[in-house]
Design a protein around this ligand. Structure first.
Ligand code: F3S
Length: 279
């Protein structure tokens, strides 16, 4: 009789849940071939289920192979204006499942770029969300992680953040540009879902003998949760689903309390599956 504590903020965030729901709904209402532009979320089990339902992936480079009868879904990270243009050219139906919080950043980038501001994005230059946002200001944004690459800035700048960025980095960049530029507009566009999951994982991992983080191998927010839990509980493991549960980890006498958290791209059914298997 071991105790299991599930972090109250864990699993799908609002934007990812919305994107998955939109995709599944589309499949119900259309016989058309359905594609997601890139993997819908960073979770192999979900991708596998979608595939079984006949929902495939397509890459940006292959957009010209789309046919007018096809439907294409834009995932929660969003895309550049250019990609939207390419989809429109193909004549196929576009369903935009970009998270509304990301859309908001795209609109800020577009508006202030048009008003003559240099857009600065605090985030990871290779992340699809950042690549997408940059595409709304003519790919002219300066992308920075910590402000170290910011020299020769124009007088007017507008700073936004990748939704999953750490507040510390955003504040650091704002501080640097405030000293260098005459006019600085800042929009703290960090999404609270990330912070809430991290705080919740932090709290639970302090109380347990074994901490389990469930997430896709390529999910950066899940890896971050793992790092946080690991600092509180040495006995922290990272798994993708219940199949990866090492049963010997529970057999130990001294494991009395088990904590569980999951990244924003982990669906409820995987979390429940893990809990069931532990029980
Ligand atoms: Fe949207 Fe925040 Fe999730 S920006 S996709 S709700 S982490």
């Amino acid at each position: 009789n071991k105790k299991i504590i599930l972090a109250d903020k864990s699993g799908f965030c609002f934007g990812v849940k919305r994107a998955v729901d939109i995709t599944v709904d589309q499949k119900k209402s259309a016989d058309a071939k359905l594609y997601t532009l890139g993997p819908l979320i960073h979770n192999n089990d979900v991708i596998h289920r979608l595939k079984e339902k006949g929902i495939d992936q397509i890459d940006e480079d292959d957009l010209e192979t789309l046919e007018p009868k096809d439907t294409i879904i834009i995932r929660s990270h969003g895309v550049t204006l250019n990609v939207i243009g390419n989809i429109e050219k193909s004549g196929s139906k576009m369903v935009n499942a970009t998270c509304p919080f990301v859309t908001k950043i795209q609109k800020i980038a577009e508006k202030y770029h048009d008003l003559g501001y240099q857009i600065i994005i605090v985030g990871d230059e290779n992340h699809p969300e950042v690549v997408g946002i940059n595409g709304w200001c003519n790919n002219s944004a300066i992308i920075t992680k910590d402000g170290s690459n910011l020299s020769d800035l124009p007088a007017k700048v507008c700073v936004v953040a990748q939704t999953t960025e750490r507040l510390f980095n955003f504040e650091k960049v704002v501080d640097i540009v405030s000293k260098k530029c005459e006019e600085v507009l800042t929009f703290n566009t960090i999404c609270s879902a990330t912070k809430e999951r991290q705080e919740s994982a932090d709290e639970v991992s302090k109380q347990v003998d074994l901490m389990i983080v469930i997430g896709g191998k390529h999910s950066s927010n899940s890896k971050k949760l793992f790092d946080i839990c690991r600092t509180n509980c040495e006995n922290t493991i990272f798994i993708e689903n219940s199949l990866e549960l090492p049963t010997e980890a529970f057999d130990k006498e001294d494991v009395k309390t088990i904590g569980i958290t999951a990244g924003a791209s982990t669906p409820d059914w995987i979390i429940q599956d893990v809990i069931e298997k532990i029980k």
